[in-house]
Every structure is written in C-alpha cells, then in structure tokens.
Ligand binder design. Structure first.
Ligand code: SF4
Length: 370
C-alpha cells in the first residue's frame, strides 16, 4: 500500500489511510501475506470468492466457518450504505455510502439497453472549486483509498447481477477529481482490469483538466478512455467556471489531450454542462468547434443541461436550447450527444452526482454537479 502523494494539488496530502485495510484494499500478494498460515488453496478460494463471485465472506460456504469469521473481522467492508434509491423504471440505482471516518460518497449504477455502467467517486468531496458543482460547493474531505473505489464497483456489479445484467463499464465521474488522487485511482483501474476482469477500453477516467495527470495517464500501459470536463472553450469563461483553468489554460490542456490521443489512440470526450445564457450560445459552439479542430483525432462532445445547485444562481439550458446547441455543433462538424438526464446524468462529467440533503432519514436529490 505504498502511497505517493500528488503534492501539487489542493488537498493532495489529505489522504487518510484507515488503520485496518478494508476488503478490497489488498492486492493478491497482500492477501496472501494477511492470511499467512492458511493453505494456498484457501487463499485462492478467498480471492476468487471476493473478486470473481463478488461474494461476502459469509457467503463463501466452501470456507471453514472460522476463516469466514476471520475475514469478516480482519477485512471489513469499506462502505456502509446510508441510502439507496432506484428510479421508477429500475434502470438507475444510486447509493449514498458512509466511510469508517464518517465521510460520505455516492455511487450510481445505470442500466442502458446494451450495457450497464457504474459511476464511481474518487474522493469524498472535491477541492477543485467549480462554482456550479454541488460537490465543489461542499468542499474537500479526503481522497478515497483504492479499496474504497474498487468496492463501489464490486457492489454495483453485484446489484447488476441481481438485476440480470452484467456490469461492463466503469466511469470515474463521481465525486472528486480522479487525477488529483492519481495513485489510488490508477491502482483501482489496474485492479478492476486485472482482478475483476473489466476491459481497459470500458474504463473511463475523467478530469477537469489536471495536465500532469493527463500526461501520466498517457504513459500508462492500459489504454483507458479519457473524458475532459471542458464546459467552455475560451480561457476567460472556463476560468470562471472551472478555476483550475487558471493554472492549466486551454492551450496547455489541449496540448496534453493531443499528446494523449497520439500516445493511446483512445477515445477522448469533452463533457459540456450547458448553462443557460452562459456557455450555450452560437459563439460557444463555434469556439468549441475551433478547439476540437486542434486535436489530431476528433473528440466526442457530451452535452448535459446543468441542474440547479443551491449555491449557483443560474439554471441549465432548456431542452430546445440544448437541441439547438447540438445542431450548431453538428453543422460545424462536431459529433455531440445529448445525454439523458437521470436526475444525476452520470455520462455527463465527473462530479455530476447529485448533492443529497438528508431529510429526516430520507434523501432527496438536489442537484447534479459538473
Ligand atoms: S465539477 Fe468535478 S472537479 Fe469540479 S468541483 Fe465538481 S467534482 Fe470537483
């Protein structure tokens, strides 16, 4: 569990290691060490049970009772469900989880016609300070550990299986800026690929534009998808919406994106939360098209109307404005998709999860963020 800190980002030093490793914090070698004294075939059964069968230790009835009890005691789960909500059609499941120190995070599972996708959080809160984002408005609590990220996926995969589906896609677009928690996020990517058997091509890491992280990503062996939460294609507006743009302006960001595309040949998407009268004008579409043309491969733009947040006085672009913006992009030769709003439209961008306000034991969705 050696951790390198990403010392240049706000909140980077705030990772709080839990005193006891949780169930999915251990890689295979660490599990072997942790279960020293158990025969190797037993350790293999435990590994297979946790990662292939997605089982709780109590469900692993091929193990002796004493070992199941030991697993429960020594490898506790990281996440405690606080609230779960399912939409009317049963195709979106949202969890609010508590961590052992009281921090909270959200995870969303979405069933589409042809696939099931989970959107995971990478931090509790976020330090990036995007004003329109409910997560950003609430501030940063801490980084999530690798196990806390992987367990979100395991729980979603279990639920997908119960729904008769198979979880195939993971997007790091929940709470937090994934590249500000690079080491734990990348370790989770490797574990999802190697231990849970998910294809790297079905894993998407989003960022608000942390250029050093994009450059590190370009040097990794696994070819994951990159999603950049752009929201504006000129520096003045983007800095107003996404403060990190002051440190990594668009010219620097686009150069990193171009290098990523050259290195990986993977899909790049731009996420664009449409804000009424702010970034949904014809001039915004033109600027976006011009920016896209600087890349060696075309980017795909995902459009999502911003839902209102209590701390941000503007509203999302109405439906007809969204359709018009897409048509402008179309005319300019830019591929764009209007993302369906599922209350929290998770395809949209990192941090798009709703802020939940607990109301007498219930939760209600107040807003998606970025
Ligand atoms: S939009 Fe993303 S990066 Fe910005 S504050 Fe929200 S979660 Fe953080």
């Amino acid at each position: 569990m050696g951790a390198r800190q990403n010392g240049t980002y706000p909140g980077a030093a705030a990772l709080r290691w839990t005193a006891v490793p949780t169930r999915y914090d251990l890689d295979r070698d660490a599990l072997v060490a942790r279960l020293a004294g158990e025969p190797r075939y037993r350790v293999d059964q435990v590994w297979d049970g946790l990662h292939r069968q997605l089982a709780e230790p109590a469900e692993l009835t091929t193990l002796p009772k004493a070992l199941r009890a030991r697993l429960d005691a020594e490898l506790p789960p990281a996440l405690t469900p606080v609230a779960t909500s399912t939409d009317r059609r049963g195709d979106t499941v949202k969890w609010l989880f508590a961590l052992d120190d009281g921090a909270r995070l959200e995870t969303v599972l979405m069933h589409y016609r042809d696939r099931s996708t989970v959107c995971v959080s990478s931090q509790a809160g976020c330090a990036m300070g995007c004003g329109f984002c409910a997560t950003g408005q609430a501030g940063f609590q801490r980084h999530l550990s690798t196990g806390e990220i992987v367990e979100q996926v395991v729980r979603a995969a279990r639920r997908a299986r119960d729904d008769g589906r198979r979880l195939g896609n993971v997007v790091f677009m929940g709470m937090g800026e994934p590249l500000a928690n690079y080491d734990r996020v990348w370790s989770a990517v490797e574990r999802l690929h190697g231990d849970l058997g998910l294809s790297a091509r079905h894993l998407t890491v989003s960022t608000v534009g942390l250029v050093p992280g994009i450059r590190r990503l370009a040097g990794e062996a696994l070819p994951v998808n990159l999603a950049v939460s752009l929201h504006a294609a000129n520096d003045d507006l983007r800095t107003a919406l996404v403060p990190i743009n002051a440190r990594y302006p668009l010219s620097v960001l686009m150069a990193a994106c171009a290098d990523y595309l050259r290195a990986k040949g993977r899909r790049l998407s731009f996420e664009w939360a449409l804000i009424d009268g702010t970034n949904d004008r014809a001039s915004d579409a033109r600027e976006l098209a011009e920016l896209s043309r600087t890349l060696p491969l075309p980017a795909h733009v995902n459009l999502i109307p911003l839902n209102p947040t209590p701390g941000y006085p503007t509203r999302g672009t109405p439906r007809d404005g969204v359709v018009r913006f897409r048509r402008w992009l179309d005319d300019l030769g830019v591929n764009a998709t209007i993302r369906r709003n599922r209350g929290t439209d998770i395809d949209a961008a990192c941090g798009q999860l709703a802020a939940r306000v607990e109301l007498g034991g219930r939760t209600r969705v107040t807003a998606p963020a970025r």
